[in-house]
Ligand binder design. Structure first.
Ligand SMILES: [Zn+2]
Length: 388
């Protein structure tokens, strides 16, 4: 758990008395300023300046290939880092690299800014690198006390976890999220590992109700067919390995299907993160199997409200798009900034869940079936410190 977190450091913005409105304007300006391009003369460090191997590799990934001599170490073949890139590197390594997931949500253990001096413990081999950051961009690193919404203190989410308070929140989810249709012109995929008879269309339908109740949305009261329009997410979701015999069905609706879209970013201009339904739903679907009972309740309510299914955020969204979950600036969620909406939406990969047994019921048809072979697996990696 967050043993180091205390309530004394409530975020890194120094003047929290500043109104939220002016903070929002300030952050808009900050996002705009990040689009500036560095000039050669702006380079301050290079990847060879660092001792820690993880930091060197992260610096090589984001640095600029350019053959001038580094102003700090003098070497020419390191990837060059401008002031902005050094900030990015510090954020990637210290903030993203110490992110801890909680039951719901996640928050970094370390943050940095130009107003605090360094107060974290470090591994001995790491001290010269830390001093380099301190000297070159004038920042200090410290243990971060997150705003508590980041680790699941979100009122609608808390209400969903209590059987006596969940119903009004589920009702809000059903009414406040948008309705979308998938049409007969749209295809989607469904993967099966080791089916008894791969050419039998029934193999690609939802499991019978007798064996339902093991995944995020299905229960003893509701069979669910899971699918995706993103093939790679299908592979992730099915936990496929190279040893499995895997088959892919290409499917299409036989009529327009009415779906509740839980991947949309709800605009909530008068609400903060602590009261946000948008944040509650996102955290719910990015949480592990301890959250399934809640999401199954939402599926049942959507079925009872006449929906054919749900579109919901894939648990693997962030792994697939390579993004930091629940990204914040000065403790404020990027989902609250209209200028960041598109970028935030792009982090989420939609999954399809169709209620009942849509192939047997004739709501979905099998267009074709292929064998699927995994021939390459690639991991995106980044690094963080140890001993902090
Ligand atoms: Zn250098």
């Amino acid at each position: 758990m967050f043993g180091r977190y205390t309530t004394k450091t409530i975020g890194i913005y120094p003047t929290l008395s500043t109104t939220v409105v002016s903070l929002v304007e300030y952050l808009h300006a900050l996002f705009r300023s990040r689009t500036k391009v560095a000039r050669t003369t702006d380079y301050l460090l290079c990847s060879n300046c660092f001792q820690d191997q993880g930091l060197r590799l992260d610096a090589m990934r984001i640095g600029i290939a350019e053959d001038s001599a580094c102003p700090t170490c003098g070497e020419k073949n390191g990837r060059k880092l401008s002031r902005d890139l050094i900030f990015n590197l510090a954020h990637r390594f210290f903030v993203w690299g110490t992110l801890r997931r909680e039951k719901y949500g996640a928050a970094p253990v370390i943050q940095f800014n130009d107003r605090q001096s360094t107060s974290i413990d470090t591994a001995p081999w790491f001290e010269p690198d830390l001093h380099l950051f301190e000297q070159v961009i004038g920042v200090g690193f410290f243990y971060y006390g997150p705003r508590l919404w980041m680790i699941g203190e979100v009122e609608p989410l808390k209400a969903l976890q209590d059987a006596t308070t969940k119903t009004p929140i589920i009702d809000r989810i059903i009414t406040e999220y948008p309705v979308v249709a998938i049409t007969t012109q749209q295809i989607f995929y469904r993967l099966r590992k080791d089916p008894a008879n791969p050419t039998n269309f029934g193999e690609y339908d939802s499991p019978p109700i007798a064996i339902a109740g093991t995944n995020r949305l299905d229960s003893k009261k509701l069979s669910v067919m899971y699918g995706s329009q993103d093939l790679h997410v299908c592979v992730h979701e099915c936990r496929v390995t190279a040893e499995d015999d895997v088959f892919l069905a290409t499917l299409a609706p036989t009529r327009d299907l009415k779906l509740l879209d839980l991947t949309k970013l709800l605009q909530e201009p008068d609400t903060n993160e602590f009261e946000s339904l948008d944040m509650a739903v996102l955290m719910l679907f990015l949480a592990g199997n301890h959250s399934y009972e809640i999401s199954r309740g939402i599926a049942l309510a959507a079925r009872d409200a006449g929906y054919d299914g749900l579109i919901y955020p894939s648990y693997f969204s962030l792994l697939h798009t390579g993004n930091i979950p629940f990204e914040t600036t000065y403790g404020i969620s990027h989902r609250r900034f209209p200028s960041q909406s598109e970028r935030e939406m792009a982090k989420i990969i939609p999954n399809l869940a169709l209620f009942g047994r849509p192939i047997e019921q004739g709501h979905v048809e099998v267009k074709c079936i292929n064998k699927l072979i995994l021939n390459r697996v690639e991991y995106g990696i980044h690094f963080g410190p140890v001993g902090c």
